[in-house]
Design a protein around this ligand. Sequence first.
Ligand code: HPA
Ligand code: ZN
Length: 335
Amino acid sequence: MMSNHNSMNNNNDPKIELHLHLEGGAPPKLIRQISKEKNIDISGIFSQDGHYIFRDFRQFLSVYEAATSVLTSPNDFYRLTKAVLEQSAQNGVIYTEAFLSPDFCGGSDMAAWRDHLAAIEEAATEARHEWGITMRGIVTCIRHFGPQKAKNAALCAAETANEFIRGFGMGGDETFGTQGNYSYSFDLAREAGLKLTTHAGEWGGAESIRQATEDLKVERLGHGVQVIEDLSLVKKIIEKDITLEVCPGSNVALSIFPNIKSHPIAKLREMGVKVTVSTDDPPFFHTTMCQEYERLTDAFNWEQDDFKELNKAAVSAAFCDDETKVRLLKELDTK
Ligand code: HPA
Ligand code: ZN
């Protein structure tokens, strides 16, 4: 690919990622391999050249769920976690917060969740030793599965909150119901000591962000970029010190913005909003952390110092303990 003078190779620059769906990081090859081993035919979700294929967000969610359906055992999640973290580490990611969904790990059954989680954590520990990448988990409910299922996910989160499981969040179809429908689950998670984030302002506009901050009282917003529609709300999220988990490549891939140049991340940053950069579901959206950085460099002339500032903001907004934060800040400065 062509690159201008600004887009130096940034593979080795240390990066902090706050918004990554674990299953959304699944290399298509791994999903095909596991489906073959289990004799499950999901060929319909792949294009001829082997990539995930979908037309729009709704179809993306159903392709995502079909791909995820072949992952049925703790060992499958061990393999998934290793594959995802290896990819991330190759892109210079030194810390990642991954969304983990009990709904996809044994249907939110507590015992099954514990088994899946143990396998994920084992893989994460190995990845730290092998590739120097640190992972923490944010348990997520799936919005379009409804508030009842979300309660089960929140119970799983509350029961397993520890050094590894740091937060609770919500993904899925943002146009399904209201954020407030899920307040019971978010209250439960908060009381268990978990930090909170929810997908808001990816599809649901400014109103969805208002609900997320008022009804769920989250400290971060997944995407949140549609806040740009309402300047008084921009002011409010700055006052509340809410950090945005911005995923520019995902937004462009799903046509929320026609191209990276028209993406509001730079404008929001100039207005004083704390923004961070993540991939969301990298193979689905044909992106990597390196590519995100390259596109931002090309579009907005961002340089190493800009990314360093973003990564420091990401550490500050991370859900991990302070000791880990201090180590990450050191790594950002020395690597
Ligand atoms: N948005 C919302 N929900 C999701 C996504 C996403 O990009 N990926 C997996 N679940
Ligand atoms: Zn997401």
